[in-house]
Ligand binder design. Sequence first.
Ligand code: NAP
Length: 276
Amino acid sequence: MSSVPVAVVTGSNKGIGLAIVRALCKQFPGDVYLTSRDPGSGQAAVAQLQQEGLRPLYHQLDIDDVQSIRALRDFLKEKYGGLNVLVNNAGIAFKVHDTTPFAVQAEVTLKTNFFGTRNVCTELLPLMKPYGRVVNVSSMVSSSALRGCSQELQQKFRSDTITEDELVQLMAKFVEDTKKSVHEKEGWPNTAYGVSKIGVTVLSRIQARLLNEQRKGDHILLNACCPGWVRTDMAGPKATKSPDEGAETPVYLALLPSSADAPHGQFVSDKTVRPW
Ligand code: NAP
């Protein structure tokens, strides 16, 4: 078993994820895994970084596929005996003018952004080694979507006692409410992406609380963040930040020094803790 530290970035064949791998290859003292659902685009991204003189490693990972997540889990357990840095970056967004029915957009978006990210956490968080760092890439849109929720929902999503099961039920309820076209009446905002990212931010707050309760002595720090508005296939060419600039806050959180005890359980953008 290798004692080399290991970092994994989900959805890192392009965009912000690829830039996070690039930065970690330069700054993280260990093995850095670029992962992708499609091995071809993942290997092409590895080749691109090799051209830049970097040495990322590769593993397949489709966060929508529990078997794929478990294969990575077993590989990490066997080869490294755990994991030091996990960046949950993989995500999807329908374009604003996409005509796919809203209920379908809600189901598909929540499936990857919330349920897929949660499944990765369920399988990989138990592997986190002491002083591990977990970064869940959310979005500022989670904050604006939160403000668009009914007072009752806002209270639930800001609660310091909400459980993971309760959050999962709320995310599933949103999808069901869109199918019945009652989501607005039920207090939800009209954004599937926004609700999925509320889920990612609240999940991060819950997971940080559980780490405090169950693994206090392990000094693991877990946060949600927004990378900013970044020029990628998702956000388009008009966005203000380059992918490398978008990677800065996630990488800052992934490399918090072992002496740090904060931020933890926070929502962070531009390396600054934001109110939730
Ligand atoms: P992107 O260029 O579209 O990249 C998204 C990445 O996620 C791709 O590698 C994609 O793989 C991967 N992915 C999607 N579904 C996956 C799955 N089921 N399993 C594994 N990988 C999957 O988007 P981006 O802008 O870099 O976004 C990265 C993250 O930042 C997302 O979570 C996004 O919501 C968040 N974010 C972005 C912005 C922005 O302005 N760009 C702002 C706030 C937050 P494929 O190539 O196979 O599709």
